[in-house]
Write a protein that binds this ligand. Structure first.
Ligand code: SF4
Ligand code: F3S
Length: 139
């Protein structure tokens, strides 16, 4: 079985013996989690091949339906805030990513981190303490 990203990339591809349908369903996505908040390093947006990051005032989110599950953003985040949604306990973060990706503007180019990024990197409970629903500027 091909990974979902390759299944999609192989749209309509035929091996000669097996037809791979153009749109096989995939439930997988990567998502942005707590430690992005008030860090917002933005290294992630530089590597995403489908530009599916969206910017809030103090964090980014990934659009789950646009993410092709390639995984290249995960190691780029200095705050280790990007995770595959296959990890347990991330349902609320998946819904947060989905909700705000449909509201906030798209961001495709790296920006300076937030001023308090280093100081707040690794702090727990950022969602409750600092999360802002306000949109970022996008580009
Ligand atoms: Fe973009 Fe790939 Fe990261 Fe999804 S996993 S947000 S497609 S870089
Ligand atoms: Fe946030 Fe990490 Fe990107 S801190 S903005 S997910 S590089």
């Amino acid at each position: 079985m091909l990974p979902p990203a390759l299944q999609r990339a192989a749209k309509g591809f035929s091996t000669g013996r097996v037809e791979i349908p153009a749109e096989l369903p995939s439930d997988m996505t990567y998502i942005v989690t707590d430690n992005c908040i008030v860090c917002k390093y933005t290294d992630c947006v530089e590597v995403c091949p489908v530009d599916c990051f969206y910017e809030g005032e103090n964090m980014l989110v990934i659009h789950p339906d646009e993410c092709i599950d390639c995984g290249v953003c995960e190691p780029e985040c200095p705050a280790e805030a990007i995770l595959p949604d296959t990890e347990s306990g991330l349902d609320d973060w998946l819904e947060l990513n989905r909700k705000y990706a449909s509201i906030w503007p798209n961001l495709t180019e790296r920006r300076d981190p937030m001023p308090e990024a280093k100081e707040r990197d690794g702090e727990t409970g950022k969602l409750q303490k600092y999360f802002s629903e306000a949109p970022g500027e996008g580009d």
